[in-house]
Structure formats: structure tokens, C-alpha cells
Design a protein around this ligand. Structure first.
Ligand SMILES: [Zn+2]
Length: 452
């Protein structure tokens, strides 16, 4: 394994900037002990890559197609019908093309790992492909081509509501029983490596009966894996859970599963103060997707109370209405400002920077959700990093105290110039090595889907 040594004026390490040209050594795709020699200077400000803890890749191709008002009142549930119709025609080759384009965009934006919450498993009407893992394998190929780390989360999806109603015809493509689902995990588990991790996803409490959840969580293959679940995105979902299970979704989950740092609760949007406190103390990650939550009219997460209670959070781009950690973190803060009519909400102490706080929290929570050693520029971690564009006028006269705030709040042009994932440069001078081929394949697929 060859050893590369790199240096920068400022490296983001353990939540603060380290100045004076410290060096990073990379071997076998990971950071090695810091060398005494001076390395190649790669830029002024170098950050760890950001994990994206929630993605439904195929939805990238329908971004912008659900922004026209329908006959009644539009909501998450009317959006979901558009999404189901769109998903209808997608096959494994299409998924690979869409996901490759998406993942290239992610890397360019500064995400170096993606947790793919993958439920589009089968062919139309639920007919299994000859290779039952065909859709999962398409996502794995896409991640390889784009050079992004993948935490693949095959989703268990069984019922259409808390009352246990069967899935509709369109939803049959998502369906597994617990035995089939465990077989899929067992098929994929041996493929894991530095760039590919496996995890479990329960689609939601409404889609997984209690008994199935218990059986799955007790099975051997699940013991070590991270667990993700959609939890409380919609008020309707909270009301249905209360009616059938006698508790709110987060409350119910905390009472019926050993929720700890292996768990990521996606869209923990609707929380009582008590749920907020209990979730924070459980060690689970709150998976927040602010641009999607805004686009779908979901509601706002109680950010300040959750941080004050010691909670862990990360960000995801979910429906991919936006593919940018900058925009997720900006809107996470702006939502809070709009609702509280105060500024600098995520910063909980005087003099604390909002950008710095949010970037660091999202790194830590994202790495936990992705269950892999990333998101830090330190010995042993996978060698993922972002170099900010120090030639940009936006960063003129910015020192280390305000560079992340400027990056998150002032940029309308990309400031991520170079991106390394697993010790390999994937983006140099804003260009991704696979961006042309990915865009061409994507265009062909989307044009065909649009004409169908
Ligand atoms: Zn989702």
C-alpha cells in the first residue's frame, strides 16, 4: 500500500480547526499516524466528508414533478401517490443509472457516505426478480461508480397501516416477509467492505407489525447491524399510532424496543417534550431531512430542546429535492428561526458558531447512523475529506472562526472544490471523474420514464 502525505493550513479535527500545516498520512484508504515529513499542500481549509443518513435514490428522478396543486388539499399523502406512480416503471438498470447520477451529485456536494433506505425491491406487482437482490445490487454498483461509501439499508415493509391492512398493488414491490427479508440480509452481508456497510430498516411502525419487529430484532443477522426507521413524520401517523397502539410513535418505540445508539429515527418530527428528552437520552440518532420535510410540509423538529437534552442528530437528503449538506443544515437552522423568531438557535452557548455546531453534530450523528468510522480526520478513520475553494471571493477575509458559517450561510455557488473518499480523489477542481457518463445514462433513463 502506498503512503500519501497531505497537508493544509487548517484541518478540522475533533470539532475545531488545527492550524500550522499538520500533515495527514493515508494508506490503504485510511488515515495513518501523522508523519514527520511535510506533505503536499491541498488547500487552506479541509473538512471531513459529511455522511448523508437518509436517501431514497429513485426519488431523485421525480424531484420537481410534484409541485403543482392537485384537486384537493395537497399533503405528504398526495405526494406519495405521485411517487408511487413514478416508481412503477423503474427496473434495476434504471435504478442504477438514477442512483449513480444522484451519488455523483452527493459527492460533489460534500457527502462521502450515503445511508440508502431501500424499499423498491421487486418488479411490478411484486414479482420477484430472478436475482432477488437485483435492486440492492444496482445500488451497490451505483455507489461504486460514483465512489461514495454506501450503508445499504434494505427495508422491511409488510403492511399498509397500523391496522395491519394489506399493501396496495403498487406497494407490492416493497413487500417481504421476515424470512425473505433475513435471506436478503444474509445474501448481502458477505459483500461488506470499507466502502459498503449493511444495516436494517423498518419502513415505519405502520408498515411493520409488532410481532414481526420482535422476530427480526431477535434474529442473529441483526445483532450487530445499525437499525433505521421512519418514525413520526406526519400528524396522521401519530394519531393512527395512538389509536391502535395506545401511544405516540416515538413513545411506543422507546417502550417496546431497546433503542440505543444503534438506532436512527428518521423524521422524529412530532415529539412531545417528554419524547424529546427520552429520545435524546437513549443515544439514538435523530435523522433530520430539513429540505424534504419542508417540501412535504411535515413540520419542525424541536432542535433546541433536543440539543439541550444531549441528543445526537444527523442529516439526510431523503427525497432529494435538494442534494446539499449546506442546504440541509441551513434549513435546519432557518426553520427554527422562523418558528421561534430568534436567531442562532442551534448555538446554545454565547459565542458559539451555528455553522460549526451543526457541521460537527451532523458529522458525528451521521457516522453513527452509517455505522462506519468516517467523518473525522484522524488515525484509523476512512480517508474522506473536502477541500474548500479558497480562491472563492466568498471566503475572502474569512479566518477559521467564520469559515464554516460562511460556507453554510453565504454560499449560493459550491464551495467544495475537491473531494476524497477512501483515499481516492473523486472530485478535483469541482469535476467528478464519472460525472459525464453518469449524466448521459441518467438522461436516457429519465427521458424514457417521462415518455412512458
Ligand atoms: Zn424516507
Amino acid at each position: 500500500m502506498s503512503l500519501a502525505t497531505l497537508t493544509a493550513d487548517f484541518l478540522w479535527q475533533e470539532g475545531s480547526w488545527h492550524a500550522g500545516g499538520p500533515a495527514l498520512a493515508i494508506t490503504g484508504g485510511r488515515f495513518a499516524p501523522a508523519p514527520a515529513v511535510v506533505g503536499e499542500r491541498i488547500g487552506r481549509f479541509v473538512l471531513p466528508g459529511m455522511p448523508n443518513l437518509h436517501s431514497h435514490a429513485f426519488q431523485r428522478a421525480m424531484a420537481g414533478l410534484a409541485e403543482r396543486r392537485g384537486p384537493g388539499e395537497d399533503s405528504f399523502w398526495t405526494w406519495r401517490e405521485t411517487m408511487y406512480a413514478f416508481a412503477e416503471a423503474i427496473d434495476p438498470d434504471d435504478l442504477k443509472a438514477i442512483a449513480t447520477q444522484l451519488y455523483v451529485e452527493m459527492v460533489k456536494a460534500g457527502y462521502t457516505q450515503v445511508c440508502e433506505f431501500h424499499y423498491l425491491h421487486h418488479g411490478p406487482r411484486g414479482v420477484h426478480y430472478a436475482e432477488p437482490a437485483a435492486m440492492s445490487l444496482a445500488l451497490i454498483e451505483a455507489a461504486k461508480e460514483a465512489g461514495i461509501g454506501l450503508t445499504l439499508l434494505p427495508v422491511l415493509y409488510m403492511t399498509g397501516g397500523f391496522d395491519g391492512r394489506p399493501l396496495t398493488e403498487r406497494q407490492q414491490r416493497f413487500r417481504h416477509d421476515v424470512g425473505q427479508y433475513v435471506a436478503l440480509l444474509e445474501r448481502l452481508a458477505p459483500m461488506q467492505n470499507d466502502m459498503l456497510r449493511l444495516g436494517i430498516a423498518l419502513h415505519s411502525l405502520r408498515a411493520v407489525p409488532e410481532e414481526a419487529m420482535r422476530t427480526l430484532l431477535a434474529s442473529g443477522v441483526c445483532r450487530e447491524l445499525p437499525i433505521h426507521i421512519h418514525i413520526a413524520e406526519q400528524i396522521g401517523e401519530v394519531q393512527d399510532c395512538l389509536a391502535v397502539r395506545g401511544a405516540r410513535p416515538v413513545e411506543w418505540l422507546l417502550d417496546h424496543a431497546d433503542v440505543d445508539s444503534r438506532w436512527t429515527l428518521i423524521h422524529a418530527t412530532h415529539l412531545t417534550p417528554q419524547e424529546t428528552d427520552r429520545l435524546a437520552k437513549s443515544g439514538a440518532v435523530a435523522g433530520l431531512c430539513p429540505t424534504t420535510e419542508a417540501n412535504l410540509g411535515d413540520g419542525l423538529f424541536p432542535l433546541a430542546a433536543f440539543i439541550d437534552a444531549g441528543g445526537t442528530l444527523g442529516i439526510g437528503s431523503d427525497s432529494h429535492i435538494s442534494v446539499s449538506p449546506v442546504e440541509e443544515l441551513r434549513w435546519l437552522e432557518y426553520g427554527q428561526r422562523l418558528i421561534t423568531r430568534h436567531r442562532n438557535v442551534a448555538a446554545r452557548r454565547p459565542e458559539e458558531s451555528v455553522g460549526t455546531t451543526l457541521w460537527q453534530r451532523a458529522l458525528q450523528g451521521g457516522a453513527l447512523a452509517a455505522a462506519t468510522d468516517i467523518a473525522r480526520l484522524g488515525e484509523g478513520a476512512r480517508a474522506d475529506l473536502l477541500v474548500l475553494d479558497d480562491r472563492s471571493p466568498l471566503l475572502a477575509a474569512r479566518d477559521e472562526a467564520d469559515v464554516i458559517d460562511t460556507f453554510l450561510f453565504a454560499g449560493n455557488t459550491p464551495l467544495v472544490r475537491d473531494v476524497m473518499v477512501g483515499g481516492q480523489w473523486r472530485v478535483r477542481d469541482f469535476a467528478h471523474v464519472a460525472e459525464r457518463s453518469a449524466a448521459e445514462a441518467y438522461r436516457v433513463v429519465v427521458e424514457r420514464l417521462a415518455a412512458a
